[in-house]
Write a protein that binds this ligand. Structure first.
Ligand code: NA7
Length: 535
């Protein structure tokens, strides 16, 4: 029947593309709905200058196809946005996925009618299906701060996650950037190179580690290709889905000079691997303070002006309790005469005026271009804007009024036959995303096939969901992560958002084992019901 596949997948980024491929392979009819004009998800939208992945290219990619692994060549240690987008376009073509995707199609509502999902799209289309799979990403709902005066601003403004495809000409212009998360830290050095003057409006000083990006030498790339079996095994057994072995060295037991040398080596190697070099960095406050202090000292060594260096030095949260950025020349950028730093925690932004940004003190910074690197309504935001309604017409927004809760991050009580790839309560943003995505998709595909074969519908039980919410909280509390009061992991960046630690911090390998145990036991956390109506 037209517009009535077995499964509708919303989104065509890493998650949606693989979901379509895998579900199709398992004999289901699948259709994808994607708001963008093309594939790519986060890599379709985030085209800001300097946009690059913080995972290394040899493992920020799919593992499901040995041929794909061997045939694709990455050019740099960290893949840039354009290269990742080309990769995903190649995947879409190679596995013939586009024929089952409607592009430029925005979902406005999805309601369960007791038997099927009924999905309405902005262009007046309607799709029905038995299983609804969301592949909308964790960081796709832009958070533009509600600052008065944005409309009359005479210059142009953009959020980094909705960057114009034709680019933004900043040459010689007065550019302001609000935000110093991973995005701001990537964009600021690149914007500074061509802007006439760059003003950074910083609310929270951030830690950052040099990425040490470089072209990928052919022999290094060949080495990874030869080693993929071992690399994938390491990822599956890891905490974060990265193929790193966490150091077993007790740094606190080392003499001062050896501890410093260990941190220096990790700093020189660069990237997110720094965390793996410092055992217990996210659980032991003393270990963390050593690493934090080391990173603070690097800021002071790098930034010439002592006042600016201190303003850039994070002192309100332990290292890596907010998503740790990695950078190329970030702190060095503040040594440029044409870059200035404004501390908007000390003197907050009061309004945008037609000329620029006005602070509460009355100081005005005239600007031609204003860039919001202000992040996203993370994890729950992209799901809430789909207008999902479950049993009895209950909206997801009502179900999550006190904070997003799920079972395993994969499903929500009261919403039958809905599966959420990398949903709240899954390891998702604390891991290398393609690794988590493949694990979720494979697990969901197995469950959907089970439901099809036994003509069942599935929905998490409220008890299993409550247990999982408690476990997610405990897993976060076992780490230093909740200590960052301004973290988007907690929803703190979006005014009014309930403060719930959203991702699962218990580690990828442990999470995967729990998912496998759930499936092996016949899905005890789900109510599996015979369908009311014959298929
Ligand atoms: P983040 O990490 O949420 O960073 C957003 C930044 O914007 C952060 O420095 C915020 O300060 C700042 N911000 C947000 N709202 C405001 C207002 N109203 N005024 C001033 N400053 C503000 O988003 P990113 O896009 O950098 O990174 C998201 C993820 O994408 C990243 O971690 C990777 O996983 C990829 P705050 O810290 O909240 O005080």
């Amino acid at each position: 029947m037209a517009n009535d596949p077995d499964v509708v997948v919303i989104g065509a980024g890493f998650a949606g593309l693989y979901a379509i491929h895998r579900l199709r392979e398992r004999g289901l009819s699948v259709h994808g709905l994607e708001a963008a004009e093309g594939v790519g998800g986060t890599w379709y939208w985030n085209r800001y200058p300097g946009a690059r992945c913080d995972s290394e290219s040899y493992y920020y990619c799919y593992a499901f196809s040995r041929e794909l692994e061997q045939e694709w060549d990455w050019s740099e240690r960290y893949p840039g946005q354009a290269e990742i987008l080309s990769y995903l376009e190649h995947v879409a073509d190679r596995f013939d996925l586009r024929r089952d995707i409607s592009f430029s199609t925005t979902v406005v509502s999805a309601a369960h009618d007791g038997d099927r999902w009924v999905i309405d799209t902005e262009d007046g289309g309607r799709w029905t299906c038995r299983w609804l799979v969301t592949a909308v990403g964790c960081l796709s709902s832009a958070n533009v701060p509600d600052i008065p005066g944005l409309e009359p601003f005479a210059g142009e403004w953009h959020h980094t996650g909705q960057w114009p495809h034709e680019g933004v000409d900043v040459a010689g212009r007065r550019v302001g950037v609000v935000g110093t998360g991973s995005t701001g830290i990537q964009a600021i050095p690149v914007l500074a190179e061509s802007a006439g003057h760059l003003t950074v409006f910083q609310r929270t000083a951030n830690f950052s580690i040099p990425a040490r990006n470089a072209p990928l030498a052919p022999e290094e790339a060949a080495g990874y290709k030869a080693d993929y079996a071992a690399i994938r095994e390491l990822q599956q057994a890891s905490t974060n889905g990265h193929p790193f072995v966490v150091s077993d060295v007790d740094t606190l037991a080392l003499p001062d000079d050896e501890r410093r040398a260990l941190l220096e080596r990790a700093w020189e190697r660069g990237g997110l691997r720094f965390r793996a070099a410092v055992r217990d960095v996210l659980t032991d406050p003393a270990v963390n303070e050593e690493a934090s202090d080391f990173l603070r000292s690097k800021i002071h060594e790098t930034v010439d002006d002592a006042t600016t260096a201190e303003a850039l030095t994070p002192r309100d949260h332990p290292f890596a309790t907010k998503r740790p950025p990695i950078d190329t020349g970030y702190f060095e950028t503040y040594n440029r005469a044409d870059v200035s730093l404004v501390d908007v925690r000390a003197d907050p932004i009061a309004a945008i005026t037609p000329r620029g940004v006005r602070l509460e003190s009355g100081t005005e910074h005239p600007l031609d271009v204003l860039v919001f690197a202000t992040g996203f309504d993370a994890l729950s935001g992209p799901l809430l804007r789909l207008g999902i309604r479950g049993t009895g017409g209950q909206s997801l927004a009502d179900a999550w009024a006190e904070g997003a809760t799920t079972y395993l991050g994969l499903g929500v009580a009261g919403f039958p036959d809905l599966f959420t790839i990398t949903g709240p309560g899954s390891p998702s943003v604390l891991t290398n995303m393609p690794t988590s995505i493949e694990q979720h998709v494979d697990w969901i595909a197995d469950l959907v096939v089970h439901l099809r074969d036994h003509d069942l519908e599935a929905e998490p039980t409220p008890e299993a969901q409550a247990r999982w919410a408690e476990h997610v909280r405990e897993a976060a509390d076992a780490t230093l992560l909740p200590q960052a009061a301004s973290s988007w992991y907690l929803g703190a960046n979006v005014p009014g958002k309930p403060r719930v630690f959203l991702p699962y911090a218990g580690g990828f390998a442990r999470y995967r084992e729990m998912c496998d145990a759930e499936a092996a036991a016949g899905y005890p956390g789900f109510a599996l019901r015979a369908r009311q109506r014959a298929a």
